[in-house]
Design a protein around this ligand. Structure first.
Ligand code: NZQ
Ligand code: ZN
Length: 385
């Protein structure tokens, strides 16, 4: 396997009714900014639990962070941070809120002229405000990684810094019971694709990473559909397994020391930026096409995926790979997400525009070999039609 340094400092508090631990996790003298989204935490009781836990702290709030958080919204938090001398951010929500808190944190102490440079120029993040997280939507892994994705005028850009890993994260499966089926599906599919993008490359004999990844994939395949089934959807054991899988999928563990291929995400970001398609639904459309277009380069790992994740025993590798791709599409269908661009109204006419955006954003050498050029992305998008 490749050399790596693994450091995952986020303290995880998993389980029911753990939100009160934030009282002890946040320093008593901190000036806290509670950051949240469009109000789901008010209707499901999470806000009240957080407010109870913050009784002995000095705190303020900033709300309205939208899905695919917008730069303009996030910049509005800077006023209250300056006016009140905020020195701790508590993000309560899904990936968008936690990602948003990360950008707010980095922008607050950014030493350059324009915080947009953090995204557009990947300007280094040197100082941050500490972040704690209460996760309400298992999907992104943002609660224990240093990544963030921010949108401005249809341009969706990622940035990353180890400094931005939350200091702690509360994972209470009970808070996920208020999720809509659409958000449950999105979360399971996003986590599944995160695992795939750190697994389906080429072998470097990273046995631990591979087997962890295969275990996570199997767990998501087993538990995901149950969270949509009326008879089992409120089972907290199922919700808990999904929640922990999503965190483990992108906290750096399975990706340490192995090649990675984030092409599905990068092409997917253009579909969200340009057409407003939910993040996970871009992935369920693009991933099968990446598997098909890159099946020669990914041959060995596709066979391993077929054998170990889908237990396929056919003697012919080609048959195994075909079946594994079909079963992946079938899993996405069972999770009720689209697998073709036509299902979301995107046609051949939109392909060149998407490629121009990829070019503008420097996404011209994607994949584990850096060989997914604009021409290869064209093939992937056309395959996905
Ligand atoms: O805003 P509120 O009212 O909270 O409602 C949210 C939002 O409308 C709702 N929701 C969240 N928890 C809920 C709930 N509704 C009912 N009950 C609950 N318990 O769900 C909606 C979607 O939330 P959002 O945070 O946007 O979803 P998700 O967690 O899927 O995050 C998506 C964002 O994360 C980025 C994506 O690009 C996208 O911007 N990603 C971040 C990554 C990272 N930091 O590592 C990696 C990912 O690949 C991804 O790119
Ligand atoms: Zn994702």
């Amino acid at each position: 396997m490749l050399n790596f340094t693994f450091h995952s400092p986020t303290k995880i508090h998993f389980g029911e009714d753990q939100i009160n631990v934030i009282a002890d996790e946040i320093p008593a003298d901190a000036k806290v900014l509670l950051v949240y989204g469009g109000g789901s935490i008010k209707s499901n009781g999470v806000y009240d639990q957080v407010v109870d836990a913050l009784t002995d702290h000095t705190w303020f709030e900033f709300s309205g962070i939208e899905p695919n958080p917008s730069y303009d919204t996030l910049m509005k938090a800077q006023d209250i941070i300056k006016q009140q001398g905020i020195n701790y951010l508590l993000a309560v929500g899904g990936g968008s809120v936690i990602d948003g808190a990360k950008f707010i944190s980095a922008a607050a102490l950014f030493e350059g002229d324009d915080p947009w440079d953090i995204l557009i120029k990947q300007a280094p993040v040197k100082k941050v405000l500490p972040i704690g997280a209460v996760l309400t939507l298992p999907a992104t892994g943002s609660e224990s990684n240093g990544n963030s994705v921010v949108t401005r005028n249809g341009t969706k850009l990622p940035f990353s810094s180890g400094l931005l890993r939350p200091q702690f994260a509360v994972l209470d499966p009970k808070v996920t019971l208020s999720l809509s089926d659409r958000q449950i599906s999105n979360g399971v599919v996003d986590a599944f694709v995160h695992v795939i993008e750190q697994y389906l490359t080429y072998s470097v004999n990273g046995k631990v990473q591979d087997r962890f990844a295969e275990g996570l994939l199997q767990t998501l395949i087993e538990e995901g559909p149950k969270a949509l089934n009326a008879e089992t959807k409120d089972d907290l054991a199922i919700r808990g397994n999904i929640m922990w899988s999503a965190t483990m999928a992108l906290n750096g563990l399975i990706g340490a020391g192995v090649p990675q291929d984030w092409s599905t995400h990068m092409i997917g970001h253009e579909l969200t930026g340009g057409f407003g398609i939910d993040h996970a639904r871009t992935l369920s459309i693009i991933l099968p096409a990446v598997m098909k277009v890159k099946r020669t380069e990914k041959h060995e790992k596709l066979v391993q995926f077929a054998e170990r994740v889908w237990q396929l025993t056919d003697s012919d590798d080609t048959v195994k790979i075909d079946k594994a791709i079909a079963l992946t599409e079938d899993f996405f269908k069972r999770m009720d997400v689209p697998i073709r661009l036509s299902e979301v109204g995107i046609t051949q006419d939109n392909v060149e525009g998407l490629l121009e955006k990829l070019q503008q954003h420097g996404m011209t050498a994607l994949g584990e070999h850096g060989d997914i050029s604009i021409d290869v992305s064209r093939k992937i998008l056309e395959q996905a039609l």
